[in-house]
Each structure stands twice: as structure tokens, then as C-alpha cells.
Design a protein around this ligand. Structure first.
Ligand SMILES: Cc1ncc(COP(=O)(O)O)c(C=O)c1O
Length: 412
């Protein structure tokens, strides 16, 4: 059989809709300055689908720092992997500042959050070890575990009773193998916005011997008194052994970091294949990240503005009778019920008649029959945007309840 045969026969769970959805629902092009209003298919839309939580993406100081760094260093410097020829003072400075910000001894930069997470997991565990993880873990955690030769035990999302059972199983097994246990959870779950139960999880350390790795992609910059993350929010920074953050969301950049005790970070520096065998982050990314981090630390007004918008949006949606699940973070899911066809009709109505652009998530990412419209509030949204959007959602829900949307997919 030709290895490429599947490419035309079976496009996979998302690709199966490519013909009907590409360019509109999948791979849409948002154009113009990154903001609350951007252009989609030539028309201005109110955009709720960018993880630009603090509004830094297009902040003039950030743009200036990025441009100056690019002018001074270009995109090529430093050349090579950190270990070989890609080390600079600024990479080290960023790591020191990140570590201090999240109250850890050391930090190490990652070129991408996704690849970094894969590699952290891969370098920490061997076949004797057991990974215990939440069932709603992000793809980067799942893919990291695919590299693991040992056992992995899953617990249903945030189910602490079941987690305890998995830890018992893992403890029994590692007594036989002589390995250790790595527990992986997220700080903020990016689809539902609910938080990993970090307080309860660290409590279990009193009963079981394990280490915790937290993926806080959505919590870094948004959660906690200083924006240092979900473990700051729960006051468990010292009990979370490894903290992972990305620059792709609050920092509106690219790259990421992992932070923890000095000895563990040193080990990762010498063992993470994603960093050893890949080019170092280019200088504009590093200097740009230093600028963004400085703004997160010294300008709490961005986070305060974000939360003003978050509270108004979430309260307004609830008051309007919409189901936003259990979010406790800026991530705002609106749960509606219907098939993929209705989901496309609703999204089309929102985009074309209300000029609202948000992300749509359907089966298989969420259970069959659920339509999740995900709104990401940011510091650059306004209370007028919020009021307008709540009203639009109220109207689309009324139309859905009145069966006004066809179950046919919108076609292009
Ligand atoms: C929970 C979570 N972890 C990791 C990542 C990957 O981060 P990056 O975009 O920096 O590769 C994401 C991004 O979508 C995420 O949502």
C-alpha cells in the first residue's frame, strides 16, 4: 500500500471537514493589527479568540522593544543550540528573571511550549517510572507521554478520589520497579477555563511520594496576586516541583520556560533533546520577552483591566442564562447543545450578522452534542464589547432553543 493513500482516503477527525470548512472555520485569516477588532474576509469583526490576555501583542512599548532588538541583532543571532554556540547573557538574564518571578531557584528557556513539554517529560522519566495525569491534559502532555516506555495512569478530570487510587497503583508499581512518580496537571485548562486542583493535589504529597509538573500556559501572567500563575493563586508555589509556562499567551510572543530547583533545571539543560538538538531562541524573542516580563511585573494595570473584562463578560453571560461551565480563569467557554451542523450555522450567524469572531469547538474535542464557543477576554476589550457580545449570545441561544438553525453544515 502507498503510505500516502490515507492522505486522500482518511483525513482524520478534523481533516474530514476540510473541504467544507477550510478558510472559514479552519485556517481562517485574521488580518490587521492584533486587537479587539480585526479583519476577517475583508470585514471588521469583534475578535474573542486570541490569547493576548494582557493586550501586550500590540502595545507600543512591546512593538518598539521587538523592533529595536530585530534591528540590532537580526533574527539569526545567536546561531546554534544553547549548549554548542547559542548561549548569550540575555538568555541567562531572562532565565534568572523568570525564575525570580515565579519564585523558583532556576529556569530554562524552551523554544516552543509544545516541544518543550514533550522534552521535559521525555528527559525526566524512564521505563521504571510512572506518570499520573489528568484526562483533559493538553496534547503536548499526551504527546510527551507517547515517548514514555513505562506505565501511565490517568485520572478523570480533577477527580481527586480517583487520583488517590491512581497514586496507590503507581506507588505499588514503582515499589516493584524501583522508579518514581511524576504527576502532570494543568494550572488553567485552556478549553474549559477551570483550574487544576493544585491545593488538593499537593495535599496528597503527605500520603504519597511523587513530583508535580504543572503546565500553566494559560495561568502565567493572568492568575495569582502578581500574575505569577495558578500555583501563586493557590499559594502552593513551593510544593509544585516544576512550573511550565509559555510565552505564546500572556506574553504574546513565542517560546516558553520551565522553572524549579536548581539541580533539576541543570539536569534538564543537559538532557532536554528539544533544546540540545535545536537552535537557540533568536535575540528579538529573548529581548522581547524581557520587556514583556518587565511589563507584567511592573504594570499590574494590564492584569486588572483583563479581570474587569473577564468578570463583566462571565457574569453577564450567566445572567443571560448561558452555561459557562466551571471557569475560574479568563478562559470563557459558552456551552450550547447541537450537532456539528448547528455549530457551523451559529458560528456563521455570529460572524456574518453580529460580526463576532470566536473559536468554535465540537466533537471530538468536546463530547458529542456539545458545541463550545470559546471567548478569550483581553485587556484590550471594552465594556461595550462585553455588553454587545452578551446580547448577541442571548439572541443566538434563543434562536437555537427555537430550532431556528438548520442541522446542515454551512458550505463554502
Ligand atoms: C495548556 C497548553 N500547554 C502548552 C501549549 C503549547 O504552547 P506553545 O504554543 O508555546 O507551543 C499550549 C498552547 O496552545 C497550551 O494551551
Amino acid at each position: 500500500m502507498d503510505i500516502f493513500e490515507k492522505c486522500t482516503v482518511n483525513m482524520g477527525p478534523l481533516g474530514q471537514y476540510a473541504d467544507q470548512t477550510e478558510g472559514y472555520f479552519m485556517f481562517p485569516k485574521l488580518e490587521g493589527e492584533i486587537s479587539n477588532r480585526m479583519f476577517f474576509m475583508g470585514k471588521e469583526r469583534l475578535v474573542w479568540s486570541l490569547n493576548n490576555y494582557l493586550g501586550l501583542a500590540n502595545h507600543p512599548d512591546v512593538r518598539k522593544a521587538d523592533a529595536e532588538a530585530a534591528a540590532q541583532y537580526g533574527m539569526a543571532y545567536p546561531m546554534g543550540a544553547r549548549m554548542m554556540s547559542g548561549q548569550t547573557e540575555y538568555h541567562e538574564q531572562l532565565e534568572r528573571e523568570l525564575a525570580a518571578f515565579v519564585s523558583r531557584e532556576s529556569a530554562y528557556l524552551l523554544n516552543y511550549g509544545y516541544q518543550g513539554m514533550l522534552s521535559i517529560i521525555n528527559s525526566l522519566v524512564d521505563r521504571r517510572d510512572v506518570i499520573v495525569y489528568d484526562s483533559e491534559a493538553h496534547a503536548c502532555i499526551i504527546d510527551g507521554m507517547r515517548l514514555h516506555f513505562g506505565k501511565r495512569f490517568v485520572f478523570p478530570h480533577n477527580n481527586m478520589e480517583n487520583l488517590e487510587k491512581q497514586l496507590q497503583r503507581a506507588t505499588k508499581l514503582t515499589k516493584e520497579t524501583g522508579g518514581g512518580i511524576l504527576l502532570i496537571t494543568e494550572g488553567v485548562y485552556g478549553m474549559s477555563g477551570d483550574l487544576g486542583k493544585l491545593k488538593d493535589i499537593v495535599e496528597l504529597k503527605k500520603k504519597f511520594n511523587f513530583r508535580i509538573l504543572v503546565d500553566d500556559a494559560h495561568g502565567f501572567g493572568t492568575m495569582g496576586a502578581t500574575g505569577a500563575g495558578t500555583d501563586e493563586h493557590f499559594d502552593v508555589q513551593q510544593e509544585v516541583d516544576l512550573y511550565f509556562g509559555t510565552f505564546a499567551k500572556s506574553m504574546a510572543g513565542i517560546g516558553g520556560f520551565v522553572a524549579g530547583d536548581h539541580a533539576v533545571i541543570k539536569y534538564l539543560m543537559y538532557n532536554m533533546r528539544s533544546q540540545i538538538f535545536a537552535k537557540s531562541l533568536p535575540m528579538p524573542m529573548v529581548l522581547g520577552a524581557l520587556k514583556r516580563l518587565d511589563m507584567i511585573r511592573t504594570q499590574p494595570e494590564h492584569r486588572e483591566k483583563l479581570w474587569t473584562i473577564v468578570r463583566a463578560l462571565q457574569q453577564g453571560l450567566v445572567d443571560a442564562g448561558l452555561d459557562i461551565g466551571n471557569t475560574e480563569s479568563p478562559v470563557t467557554p459558552v456551552m450550547l447543545y447541537g450537532g456539528v451542523g448547528e455549530a457551523t450555522q451559529i458560528t456563521y450567524d455570529l460572524r456574518e450578522n453580529y460580526h463576532i469572531f470566536c473559536s468554535i469547538v465540537t466533537y471530538p474535542v468536546v463530547p458529542k452534542g456539545t458545541i463550545l464557543l470559546r471567548l478569550i477576554p483581553t485587556a484590550v476589550h471594552t465594556l461595550e464589547d462585553v455588553a454587545y457580545t452578551i446580547n448577541a449570545f442571548k439572541e443566538i441561544k434563543a434562536k437555537l432553543d427555537a430550532k431556528a438553525y438548520s442541522s446542515e453544515m454551512v458550505e463554502f
